[in-house]
Design a protein around this ligand. Sequence first.
Ligand code: NAD
Length: 544
Amino acid sequence: MTAAREHPIGYEVLRNPQLNKGTAFTEEERRKYRLEGLLPPAVTTIELQVARRRAEIAALDNDLQKYLVLSDLQSRNETLFYAVVMSDLATYMPLVYTPTVGEACQKFAHIFRQARGLYLPISARGRLRELLQNWPEREVRFIVVTDGERILGLGDLGSGGMGIPIGKLALYTACAGVPPQYCLPVVLDVGTNNQALLDDPLYQGLRRHRVRGDEYMAFVDEFVVAVQQLYPNCCIQWEDFASLNAFPILERYRDKICTFNDDIQGTAGVALAGIYAALRLTAQPLTEQRFLFLGAGSAATGIAELISRAMARQGLDIAAARRRNALFDINGLVVTSRTDLADFQKPFAQYRAPISTFVEAVRALRPTGIIGVSTVPKLFTREVIAAMAEINHRPIIFPYSNPTSRSECTAEEAYRWSDGRAIFASGSPFPPVEIAGRRFVPGQGNNVYIFPAMGMAVFATEAQRITDDLFILAAAAVADQVTDADLASGLIYPPQGRILETSLRVTERIATGIFELGLARVPRPADVGALIRSRAYRPRYREI
Ligand code: NAD
């Protein structure tokens, strides 16, 4: 057999998204791989291909359609997909991931075109290793996995949650350069309690209610063991699990394998980054802040814990630091006398009488910042924001619930009701706001400032563990990328257009931390930045 025959030829090349260059194949490549006649004769550059796709997407007026065009492109020509997305991250990130991905997950079965990633159903218990071996790549270094129970603020979307690991991994690559061939999106399908999905003839997941308890955990254990056996250097990132599983899973594995939960730790990192930047505006120390969270789930307790640890690193006793982070949930202020508290909420319980409305809690606790992670829109009312503005010269107002429709308030409301004094950041993006001739640019406390950089640092250093200290380091590194000009316009996160540059700097700081903490599995190089840059993916066509 000749060498040319061993190599894929013709449509095998054009239909392989890793090999396909579409019209950018040179004449020589077209001859060599027997593509002549299979492509229109004009050879185009990748720049021209990017321009063509960008024009096509710009002409569509519906974000879900844009998502689908990008998703089809990813299945056809991976390099071109990343070249398009990375050509303008501020424009394409909201299409590939939040907020558009929320709608894509809701309609997942209805817009389904082609499978991507691995679906591991609980009906295959005992055979997960076998299913994982069906994945064509031999080396997997990064898995994002969900069980679909709490997708963004949208609830249980069953196997439709697959849109999240797919979108998220695309950002690991686009925003920090984790090479896509090492990334694997996974859904653990343990059923769904969403009746509308169970009744939908197009639903693609297991048609059963969710498995709970020991049977669920044994399934997760089997998954972790199989991953460890097949891919010992693989990091597992847990995504959009309901709190009742998210915390026990993280606790179970965080000291045993390289793992993190982005809803808990990534969110915490990005919120802390926003706080560090906000404190540059108020010139106050972290240890004097008091935060009140609307919501007491994964995001709230994750952020509260990381802020507490960051406060403790600056000298506060950890218990006293936790008391500075109060939670308020569907049943009111989290106080010690409540009998409905989960273990992960108890450290933040206040020694106070119960308070049943959020505005009363604001008046009683006098927080310097409020952080909304309740999944319920509009709860930062005019009364709440006015109360915050009465207590603080520069109140910190972070409505973080996603997607936009769930945000606790809009940017305009926060600025207007605080007479333009709010330090604002939200979970989903809001356009700039003009009030009394002043222009405010709202920041988006998007986890994307943290998780791709964490992923890239872990990938490049082959880290054994991911500790909270690394998230504190990452938060400080993100805040350091905010310029004084950004702060002057109200922006407390680096502009998303600069995300790749920001991420590579943050990656370098995290990677340095990994080396210093002795967690790396590769030798420390003289120049950590050079190591990161040499390992980072670039969307360029290669010789095939
Ligand atoms: P969760 O389900 O674990 O927690 C939700 C919490 O809100 C619960 O404690 C619940 O009691 C409370 N709640 C519900 N209704 C309430 C009400 N009417 N009043 C007061 N509290 C109420 O969810 P989670 O994982 O913590 O996520 C919460 C939200 O945060 C989601 O919308 C998610 O998209 C968002 N989030 C944003 C970011 C980000 O922007 N960086 C990151 C992670 C999560």
